[in-house]
Design a protein around this ligand. Structure first.
Ligand SMILES: C[S@@+](CC[C@H](N)C(=O)[O-])C[C@H]1O[C@@H](n2cnc3c(N)ncnc32)[C@H](O)[C@@H]1O
Length: 271
């Protein structure tokens, strides 16, 4: 199993919460389009703090069930406390590459997890075999290649390039969102379709600089260890303020990573 490059420290938990709030509406749109609906039994891969598990719980309703799977016990502890009001949700600790339960699922979903896996197609094949025939496979992931400023702010664009390089240095695949449909097809999923959702943040919107500096902070140890940047260049304590000023002075819109979704029918399920 590859090491998860961002960890589960308190600042990382706060960053995931902010990111989840930012992704709440696009995630809901993509999950609804994917065919997740009332009464389904759904597995959420790499559930983290349980944000997707909670969104799926709303769609499956009280007669459905959601199992959130993650390798990090600290994340799961937080997820459990936050979903106490949702009796249809439970969490289990395990590696998505190996974990399997005897009872079949109606759907498997995963947001921002394929990104971190050394063998995403192998994991998709593994979980399709635990779906009922015709069950849904649904993946949501980032295309960080979309991250940039328009018409152009040098500081933001330098940080965007560093973020891409650091994820790659850590063994992650930061543009996997652009290839979700072919990956599902390669894994044997049938009738694959999907779409992506982009956002555009005004030059005076504080959300963009906060997100940018948050992810740079989480990746800073990787950047420094791989010689991509020095701590002095990153200047973490002032990065959000400098990025905000730089975006304003260049009148640039910040284009955050695109959230892509793809889904289809299990082609390898137990028959
Ligand atoms: C970026 S977070 C995404 C969390 C959540 N899916 C979301 O969208 O908010 C990635 C999560 O995947 C988990 N993870 C990474 N590799 C894993 C593996 N091999 N098995 C299980 N969980 C894994 C990490 O612990 C982390 O909680």
């Amino acid at each position: 199993m590859a090491t998860y490059s961002l960890g589960s420290s308190d600042p990382e938990i706060a960053r995931l919460d902010a990111q989840a709030e930012f992704l709440r509406a696009p995630t809901r749109v993509l999950l609804e389009a994917s065919g997740i609906g009332p009464g389904m039994r759904v597995l959420d891969l790499g559930t983290g703090l349980g944000h997707v598990a909670a969104a799926v719980a709303e769609l499956v309703g009280p007669h459905g069930e959601v199992v959130g799977l993650d390798v990090d016990p600290r994340m799961l502890e937080v997820a459990r406390t936050r979903t106490e009001h949702l009796p249809q949700v439970r969490f289990v600790e395990g590696d998505v590459a190996r974990w399997r339960e005897d009872r079949s699922f109606d759907a498997v979903v995963g947001r921002l997890i394929l990104f971190h896996l050394p063998d995403p197609v192998g994991v998709l094949r593994h979980h399709q075999q635990a779906l009922r025939p015709g069950g849904r496979v649904v993946v949501l992931d980032y295309d960080i290649g979309g991250l940039r400023s328009e018409p152009g702010d040098p500081l933001t664009d330098r940080m965007a390039a560093l973020i891409l390089a650091a994820f790659r240095a850590a063994g992650a695949d930061p543009t996997i969102g652009s290839r979700l449909e072919p990956l599902l097809a390669e894994a044997g999923v049938e009738d694959v379709e999907g779409f992506a959702i982009a956002r555009y943040l005004a030059s005076d919107d504080p959300v963009g600089p906060a997100m940018l500096s948050g992810v740079v902070r989480s990746l800073a140890p990787v950047m420094v260890a791989h010689g991509l940047a020095t701590e002095a260049e990153l200047g973490l304590d002032t990065l959000a303020t400098r990025a905000a000023a730089s975006l304003r002075s260049t009148g640039s819109v910040l284009v955050p990573p695109t959230l892509a979704g793809a889904w289809g029918r299990a082609g390898l399920s137990r028959r």
